[in-house]
Design a binder for this molecule. Structure first.
Ligand code: SAH
Length: 385
């Protein structure tokens, strides 16, 4: 096995439970510098375990084990089976099977959509294990097809190409799945992420349970929250700027025999301003924007964007109305998110109760020693007057 020697600081990071060792903490790298599985040693040449090695990435090493181990098909099968067992009892046919670092399989995301898998191999080191991983996925999950959604931009940091390929069986363009009694179609080849935003599943059920009267779903994608809210509300306005996603939203509404959703193709900021001008009022509003802060440098401008959205949404609430609001920016922590909401409530002059703090579902585990595994935060708010 090839060997990598890391600094004391790098070794301490792994001792504290974080699997990443940065380029600046690597003292000696293998020659030739090819991606693959390596043995990692501390400066005194004591073994720290086996790891994935990415020669072009700032994250050079992703630790897999605490001992030197052979990382073969059987190893991947055991890790994936353990991750899958932790998902027992999920009330949906679409869910995340592995949440990368948080499931001990760094840079490997696997989402299940009924009998199909959509996976992402997000590091060069991991790519070198591709045949074993695919064989292990077949052993553990027996899928009808596997699609690799390797078109994620982070692959660029690894020197990897952006590709989408079906690597096992066949995978249809859209796959119908079910979550908490709602059916929807996910576009596995072309949709965002791996086809759907699986991390909001439980929050969508919550939105469904409290929807009534007039409801508004901003950043609806293919109708995700709207479909759940349409059961309890008289009318739902579903807003997104993607015509393609909205078209699937319409099909999803049909699939569930729902006729009370209006689909609006618009920029959310403009549309909320328009609703405010019209003095529209809603009993339930969902705000689920994309990540505004993709880097630390963008946090301030992201917070300004989040605040504008939330201020407008709070203004649009009926007395007693609910707002479910989210941020999926890792760099905007929960504390700053809550401060932003407090600022928005103050500026609109309303008394707002925090009824619940919201986060990721159990199939997107958040590991305390790996803060990057937690990114989604939200809150259920209620305008009390
Ligand atoms: N709520 C969805 C996920 C939303 S992801 C779910 O639970 O599945 C963010 C969505 O915001 C994407 O569908 C994207 O098309 C849309 N979007 C991004 N910027 C936008 C903008 N300025 N105005 C309206 N929609 C936007």
């Amino acid at each position: 096995m090839k060997r990598v020697v890391v600094t004391r600081r790098g070794a301490r990071r792994w001792a504290a439970g974080h699997p990443w060792i940065y380029q600046s903490d690597v003292e000696r790298e293998p020659e030739p510098r090819e991606p693959g599985v390596v043995e990692v040693l501390d400066p005194r040449e004591r073994c720290l375990g086996s790891a994935l090695y990415s020669p072009h990435s700032e994250i050079r090493v992703r630790m897999l084990t605490r001992e030197r181990e052979t990382i073969d098909r059987a190893w991947w099968t055991a890790r994936l089976a353990a991750a899958h067992n932790r998902r027992a009892g999920i009330a949906a046919t679409a869910y995340r099977v592995t949440h990368a670092e948080a499931d001990g399989v760094p840079s490997l995301v696997v989402d299940r959509y009924g009998p199909y898998l959509a996976a992402q191999l997000l590091s060069a080191g991991l790519e070198s294990c591709r045949p074993d991983i695919l064989a292990a996925l077949s052993d553990v999950l027996r899928p009808d097809g596997i699609i690799l959604r390797n078109d994620a931009p982070v692959r660029r940091h690894e020197g990897l190409p952006q590709t989408v390929e079906v690597v096992l069986g066949s995978v249809p363009d859209v796959v119908e799945v079910e979550e908490h009694g709602v059916r929807y179609r996910a576009a596995l080849h072309t949709g965002q992420k791996t086809g759907a935003f699986l991390d909001q599943r439980e929050n969508r059920a919550l939105a469904g349970s409290l929807a009534r009267g007039q409801a508004l779903d901003v950043f609806t994608y293919h109708g995700s929250f709207a479909l759940h809210m349409a059961g309890g509300a008289d009318r739902v306005l579903a807003v997104d700027r993607s015509a393609e996603a909205l078209e699937r939203g319409r099909q999803n509404a049909e699939l569930n025999e729902l006729t009370n959703i209006e689909w609006i193709e618009a920029n959310a900021f403009d549309y909320l301003r328009e609703l405010e001008r019209e003095a529209a009022r809603f009993d339930a509003i969902v705000l689920d924007p994309p990540a505004f802060a993709r880097t630390k440098e963008r946090v301030e401008s992201a917070l300004a964007g989040y605040k504008e959205l939330n201020l407008r949404a709070l203004t649009l609430l009926q007395p007693g109305g609910h707002l479910l609001t989210f941020s999926c920016s890792y760099h905007v922590g929960r504390e700053r998110f809550m401060t932003m909401l407090a600022d928005a409530a103050r500026d609109c002059g309303r008394r707002v109760a925090v009824e619940r703090l919201l986060g990721q579902p159990l199939d997107h585990p958040e590991i305390l020693s790996v803060p990057e595994s937690g990114y989604l935060k939200g809150s259920l708010l209620r305008a009390t007057d």
